[in-house]
Design a protein around this ligand. Sequence first.
Ligand code: HEC
Ligand code: HEC
Ligand code: HEC
Ligand code: HEC
Length: 274
Amino acid sequence: MRVIHGGNERAARRALPLAVVTALAGLGSGCGGEETPGPGTDAATDAAPGVDAAVDAAPGLDATVDAAPGLDAGVDAAPGLDAGVDAAPELDAAVDAAPDAEPDAAVLTCGSCHGTETDPAPPPDTTGETATTARGVGAHQSHLEPADWHADVPCSECHVVPAAVESPGHIDGDGVAEVTFGDRATEEGATPAWSGVSCSGAYCHGATLSGGTMTAPVWTMVDGTQVACGTCHSLPPTEDHPALDQCYLCHDSVIDETLEFVDPTLHINGDVDF
Ligand code: HEC
Ligand code: HEC
Ligand code: HEC
Ligand code: HEC
């Protein structure tokens, strides 16, 4: 895990618990050798509720540390731990002010380590990357943001969503999300596979259809080329399909004569609709 410091308020809020862990561990910021959290983090820390929440979350911090081999190693290897605590009197004060704080992992919200408070999906990913070229970010938002041409794609189509931070299998130490495909990706007997780079054999990208030119899309190539008409199936499909390209003549609940989707929820929903 990498701790993000900087002026960006959202990043600062998101990074707060880890920033506090880092301060306690005397690890430094990890950003270009900076020794103290950046101004953005300070601002968040000065906002007393944030500090209290983070410190009250002592259990949450524990959870983070336990869950993060990198941080554990860092703490063990950190002779500066005491110095770090001494150097942060305001944290001490917050701790003193809350002597009977109960550890509570739930204080770490889903957006604490990846995504945002309103959407736990990357970006940022668990290492703070925001570029779609990063494996942890990739085409998340292309799948998740509202679309006018296809049905919604829930998280569970690609991997398990933990009910809680401490759910089994969620943070399992390898730092990599286990991709497990859902009902739609496996429609029509499709057998999708994730190679770490691309996704092949998925119903959604035309594995069971004919004529598609890019049925094994690369996860980190988010430039629109892999969602163009014709990439998942040709217009119309070449096998066992009427050789007519006026789709709306038969699939009129889905599409109109200008190829606008009249009901996007019926496209890539698992059924052929008419
Ligand atoms: C279209 C498939 C798909 C959907 C939908 C999807 N994900 Fe992912 N997710 C992936 C892939 C692929 C990875 C990368 C797995 C790997 O690194 O092997 C990933 C990784 C992640 C990671 C780990 C990031 C990291 O730093 O490694 C998180 C967190 C995550 N997804 C959350 C979500 C959440 C929350 C949602 C729903 C709001 C969601 N995802 C929806 C495919 C998807
Ligand atoms: C303490 C940091 C942390 C918090 C808080 C956290 N996650 Fe994660 N999450 C991770 C890490 C790290 C991964 C990468 C997978 C791994 O390490 O096995 C991950 C992966 C995921 C994935 C990808 C699938 C998987 O399990 O690998 C989803 C979905 C996800 N988290 C959703 C959530 C939700 C929902 C919450 C709130 C209930 C949440 N996360 C809170 C650190 C966190
Ligand atoms: C004359 C009526 C007709 C027209 C016009 C038509 N379709 Fe179809 N389409 C069908 C029928 C009937 C099926 C179901 C039989 C089948 O699976 O081939 C179907 C099935 C499909 C399927 C699923 C194919 C499969 O193998 O499961 C796709 C994708 C599709 N149509 C796309 C299109 C597109 C795109 C167009 C316009 C370029 C179009 N269709 C025009 C009648 C039509
Ligand atoms: C990401 C893959 C993908 C892309 C890109 C794609 N389709 Fe499809 N399309 C499918 C799948 C899968 C089906 C199978 C039926 C279903 O599940 O809706 C389908 C079915 C259809 C159908 C049959 C009606 C139905 O049931 O959905 C039409 C018409 C169609 N597509 C038109 C288009 C047009 C026009 C474009 C370009 C704007 C397009 N498709 C781009 C995956 C794709």
